[in-house]
Design a protein. Structure first.
Length: 268
């Protein structure tokens, strides 16, 4: 399976679980805990298997950092979808992430080329257009999500490419660690499992999309992986129209087109 194929599958999984998160109407760390708890048996089994294979020692420190970053991301994402339109929050968060990754990587890879700067400007212009035509619908919250996405993308790339951690134990440590931390913070009660039907598909699709991206990171540099954000935005907006019946105006489409064009320039 090529990197493009892996990123396409990851984009479909990612857009789907984000859409389900929006439709669930759930907010706060309690629902994040539930999604993590459902996948706990698989994560725990993977953790034990990794320990027996001797792959856990190198992966657990990096996995704990990933756990912190992804927990913050999940809580911020729920907050963003609480009142923001899916098409706006998703487009801004996915569109701004590769821009922020590119800018944050300047100290290590040097100043971007003129083409990449043009891409950065195009994404920013698209975000501003969407914010102007849809004020209060989630562009600011999408930016907060993008900042979280940038943080875990940079760390994941460093852990996989530079530290050489294995994908499966890395995922397992992050997932089990997230469950333990959230169990202490949110103090789940008897009624915590009542939304399990909403959480089940999210619990399956979230690690699937994340794992596919990690596999792609082991095959290509982080700037190439960021190109997958283009597919995420396109698939996410298609789902917003078909499933949520969100209306896209001409101005919003123009802003989205600028974001997509900018991502391509930044990521290729």
């Amino acid at each position: 399976m090529t990197v493009v194929g892996i990123l396409t599958a990851a984009a479909l999984c990612h857009a789907a679980w984000n859409l389900l998160m929006k439709k669930s109407g759930q907010q706060g760390p309690q629902f994040v805990w539930l999604c993590t708890a459902i996948g706990a048996p698989a994560s725990l089994g993977l953790l034990i298997w990794s320990a027996l294979q001797g792959e856990l020692a190198k992966s657990w420190p990096a996995g704990l950092v990933s756990m912190v970053l992804h927990t913050v991301y999940a809580v911020v994402l729920q907050w963003a979808y609480g009142s923001g339109a899916f098409s706006v929050v998703y487009s801004v968060s996915r569109g701004m992430t590769p821009v922020l990754v590119t800018l944050a990587a300047i100290p290590w890879i040097g100043a971007p080329s003129l083409k990449i700067w043009c891409g950065v400007v195009a994404v920013l212009a698209g975000v501003l257009v969407m914010d102007r035509v849809a004020p209060g619908r989630g562009s600011g919250r999408g930016m907060a999500v993008a900042a979280c996405s940038c943080a875990y993308t940079l760390w994941d790339s460093y852990a996989i490419a530079s530290l050489g951690v294995s994908v499966l134990p890395y995922l397992a440590v992050a997932s089990v660690g997230q469950l333990l931390v959230l169990s202490l913070l949110v103090k789940p009660r008897r009624g915590s499992l009542e939304n399990w039907r909403q959480a089940l598909p999210i619990a399956v699709l979230t690690p699937a999309s994340y794992g596919l991206v990690l596999v792609a990171m082991s095959l290509s540099p982080v700037t190439t992986i960021a190109a997958g954000r283009t597919m995420n935005v396109a698939v996410g907006n298609l789902m917003a129209i078909v499933v949520l019946r969100e209306r896209l105006t001409i101005a919003t489409v123009a802003g989205l087109a600028a974001v997509l064009a900018g991502i391509v320039l930044v990521s290729t």
